[in-house]
Design a protein around this ligand. Structure first.
Ligand code: ASP
Ligand code: MG
Length: 474
């Protein structure tokens, strides 16, 4: 039995070429035996890059009954995966076996797609079933590549390994107690025999055994769920980026990689749109205090970003400036709201029932209006719902700004420090930027404000400079 249990999730971008898979094998080997210590490695893999998006785009074709386009897609998938197998798995017998496995999975996929075309209908459940094939096709390739380099390995779907979720297709949540029991009883005997399990990310199954997915980028979540189940020592998310950044590099040229951040800070960054991690993925490891490392598989000398409970507070106080574009601001109000308990509840309930997610809220003590920021794509739904249900009754007016951005300043270093807000708003004022709305949680981990979108980049740049984030204190 090894001395450390390490979960390694490999994103699609590090798997789509034989040289990349060989690089992954090198990484796994280097972590497996460190000097005289043997560690247990558990792999979680994503679909090859672009595959999940392509599967999603089939929904349209299915609805239109476009069978020939779907068959073209199946051929494309066949070419992509078979080609990778041929170039990566050099042992002929193993290559033959992998091709057979992948070919069986593809023909099952093809049967399902044909059935769906016949009825020209897609449900959330059938979509999850379709989406599962991305990872189901990549996992055997990684498993057999390990065998090809003389390591013992077996592959599993999320369902096989015991991830049980609720039935919220498309965004399923694990039922952790059941999952823990099942995953442990599956994985422990494998690692005792020195077998490296290769597990499909992104997918699980509900209590009735129906395939579910955990939401986009769900492989990260699979990795942390498994880590928490087997009480792993570390989780690595391998992709082609160096780590989490002080700002979006397309806005700030000298954005820096953060070496260490706390779970709480990472949660703020993820919720506020940092791209690289599934928003829920932090929960399982945060609860069990397992460090999560974001590393670049193509830049092994770079230490990456470690997310851990006791990350140090940097002298910069602030860790990251985040911009969330494509948001809209709704201001709802009317005299009737003042002093009448339950108004906010009715407004939020109406939005919730229409599946509108609220990103930011603010209400002043005069209670005359509530400002709500939401994703621009949800704006139509939100306005219709509020107009139909509440306008003229609970609320008197509804005004909209549809080209706004949220700028969020994240860092636990600002907790209890005076003058941070002053510094932030002075800096944006110097740039002649008007601040439309402000919110700060009492945890003081983040301070967020809203500006018109055309001011967003200027605001981020000026704050990045103001807090000296181009020169991180390491
Ligand atoms: N393949 C899924 C996606 O693209 C899950 C993942 O890659 O993490 O969202
Ligand atoms: Mg992905």
């Amino acid at each position: 039995m090894g001395s450390m249990k390490i979960i390694m999730k490999f994103g699609g971008s590090v798997l789509d070429d034989s040289s990349k898979i060989n690089n992954v094998l090198k990484i796994i080997k280097s972590f497996k035996n460190v000097n005289d210590v043997k560690n247990d490695i558990i792999c979680v893999v994503s679909a090859l890059p672009g595959v999940t998006d392509k599967i999603l785009s089939l929904t349209d074709l299915i609805m239109k009954g476009n069978r020939s386009a779907i068959m073209t897609f199946v051929d494309e998938m066949k070419f992509l995966h078979m080609n990778l197998i041929e170039r990566t798995i050099t042992n002929k017998a193993l290559q033959f076996e992998t091709k057979n496995l992948v070919s069986d999975i593809l023909s099952e996929f093809c049967d399902i797609l044909n059935g769906l075309v016949l009825i020209s209908e897609i449900t959330a459940r059938s979509l999850d079933h379709m989406l599962s094939f991305g990872e189901r096709l990549s996992a055997p390739i990684v498993c057999y590549s390990l065998r090809n380099s003389n390591l013992k390995s077996e592959y599993f779907t999320g369902k096989d390994i015991g991830i049980v979720t609720d039935s919220n297709f498309g965004e399923a949540q694990p039922l952790m107690d059941t999952t823990k029991l099942r995953v442990n009883s599956k994985i422990l005997p494998l690692i005792q025999q020195d077998i490296i399990p290769v597990i499909t990310g992104f997918i699980g199954a509900d209590q009735h055994g129906r395939i579910t997915t955990l939401g986009r980028s769900g492989s990260d979540y699979t990795a942390t769920i498994i880590a928490s189940c087997i009480d792993a020592n570390e989780v690595y998310l391998w992709s082609d980026v160096n780590g989490l950044l002080t700002a979006d590099p397309s806005i700030v040229d000298d954005a820096q990689v953060l070496d260490e951040i706390s779970f709480a800070e990472a949660a703020e960054m993820v919720l506020f749109g940092a791209k690289y991690i599934h928003p829920r993925a932090l929960e399982p490891v945060m609860d069990s205090n397992i460090p999560l490392k974001i590393r670049n598989a193509f830049n092994l000398s770079h230490p990456g970003t470690t997310i851990a409970r006791d990350a140090k507070i940097s002298k910069n106080l602030i860790k990251s400036i985040i911009a969330i574009r494509k948001t809209a601001l709704l201001d709802v109000g009317g005299g009737g709201m003042v002093g009448s308990p339950g108004t906010a509840a009715i407004i939020f309930d109406t939005l919730a029932k229409n599946k509108v997610n609220i990103m930011m809220i603010s209400q002043g003590p005069s209670e005359s209006s509530i400002s709500i920021v939401l994703n621009k794509d949800d704006l139509g739904k939100a306005i219709t719902a509020l107009e139909l249900k509440l306008l003229g009754k609970v609320i008197k007016h509804l005004s909209v700004l549809d080209e706004v951005s949220i700028v969020t300043v994240v860092g636990s270093g600002m907790r209890g420090i005076k003058g941070i807000a002053g510094k932030i708003f002075t800096s944006v004022a110097k740039e002649n930027i008007n601040v439309i709305m402000i919110a700060q949680g009492s945890s003081e981990l983040n301070l967020a404000f809203v500006v018109v979108d055309k001011d967003c980049e200027k605001a981020v740049k000026s704050l990045h400079k103001e807090f000296g984030l181009e020169k991180l204190d390491k």
